[in-house]
Design a binder for this molecule. Structure first.
Ligand code: AMP
Ligand code: MG
Length: 340
């Protein structure tokens, strides 16, 4: 969650929501930079303007708690505690608790203890390199969600371990933002938290929100999903990666089993469900699992839908979104398989 100068400027400068005018049908929106990405939240209704200002402030405050690089953050304190117990806010406790739950449910595919391994690959700084097998093996010794101790109001991790909440934080922040908006009586809003989409209700005219799904190969829009009241969150190898001198590419999502960029055959994984935290955690985990394991997981765990795009360009969607998924006409040759 490194912040660029431009980002700091943007988060300071664009804090205030702008509204067309106060009417249920006119949009009010706020854009800001947080969690290493641009975010835009659009809401409708009487209280939208003040609620949006609270939302942007809250998300920026959450970033200050969860950033692994900000020396004043709670995560930084945990990561530099030398094995001592660190007091944390209720939001951080809840986020870590949830991440540990998803880690267990996904058989460890989601793993919030990989920060030192991500650092070794250069994903935290942009100074990319391919670490040796020995270096990775040594770093993996200090990983493992089962070693994270969570008590009421505090977290303890072994010396040498470091957490990275990047795979779940934005989804959780989205859920908190949705609660703020709903508490203020907003019942129609679209949150775009750097490509993590969360919708409250439907559009003011009662029709569903139309969410574009990115084509992982060319950045175009691969398909459109019609949704109401849910989150649509994608993890993709294209979001951050590097290429070495031999032309091999390495993406920012690691397989916790071997500490190497996940090579599961997927180019992207999109999860659709009622909560941002679930969708964010699962999008990362499903990307690690690959198509076959993801299908089994979907059948067993349930409670969400997904769109998988394989590196070969095939698309897999789960049956619950068959009616709301429309492939972009620009890709007539793309094969869409329905998982039942
Ligand atoms: P997302 O975009 O939600 O899939 O999150 C990806 C980010 O989560 C990466 O940039 C890393 O900071 C972190 N990460 C990478 N691999 C994993 C993993 N297997 N489990 C949890 N976090 C991960
Ligand atoms: Mg995620």
């Amino acid at each position: 969650m490194k912040k660029t100068f431009l980002g700091i400027l943007a988060s300071c400068a664009v804090l205030f929501a702008s509204c067309a005018y106060e009417s249920d049908r006119k949009p009010c929106s706020v854009s800001f930079f947080a969690m290493d990405t641009y975010m835009t939240v659009t809401a409708y209704g009487k209280n939208a303007e003040s609620a949006l200002n609270d939302v942007s402030e809250k998300i920026i405050a959450l970033e200050k708690m969860w950033s692994a690089t900000d020396e004043n953050s709670e995560v930084y304190a945990i990561n530099n505690s030398g094995g001592k117990t660190v007091p944390v806010s209720k939001e951080t406790e809840a986020l870590i608790e949830y991440a540990l739950e998803i880690s267990e449910a996904t058989d460890g595919a989601l793993n919030i203890t990989l920060y030192p391994v991500l650092k070794a690959w250069g994903f935290t700084t942009g100074e990319y390199r391919v670490p040796s097998d020995d270096e990775i093996a040594a770093l993996l010794e200090n990983t493992g969600c089962e070693k994270v101790r969570l008590d009421s109001g505090s977290v303890t991790i072994p010396e040498g371990m470091q957490l990275d909440l990047g795979a779940v934080g934005k989804g959780y922040a989205g859920d908190i933002a949705v609660s703020i908006l709903k508490e203020r009586g907003v019942n129609s809003a679209l949150l775009d938290l750097g490509g993590n989409i969360q919708a409250i209700g439907s559009k003011p005219d009662g029709t569903p929100w139309r969410v574009g799904l990115r084509n992982p190969f060319d950045g175009g829009s691969l398909a459109m999903l019609e949704v109401s009241d849910c989150a649509v969150i994608t993890s993709g190898g294209y979001e951050r990666y590097f290429t070495d001198e031999n032309g091999s590419t390495y993406c920012h999502i690691l397989d916790p089993e071997n500490g190497r960029p996940a090579e599961s055959g997927l180019a992207s994984a999109t999860i659709i469900g009622s909560k941002g935290r679930l969708c964010d955690g699962l999008s990362t985990a499903v990307f690690v699992m690959g198509q076959e394991k993801a299908e089994q997981f979907w059948r067993g765990y349930g409670g969400f839908e997904m769109v998988l795009v394989t590196k070969g360009g095939e698309v897999y969607i789960t049956e619950g979104i068959e009616e709301s998924f429309t492939l972009n006409g620009e890709y007539p040759d793309t094969r869409v398989n329905v998982i039942r």
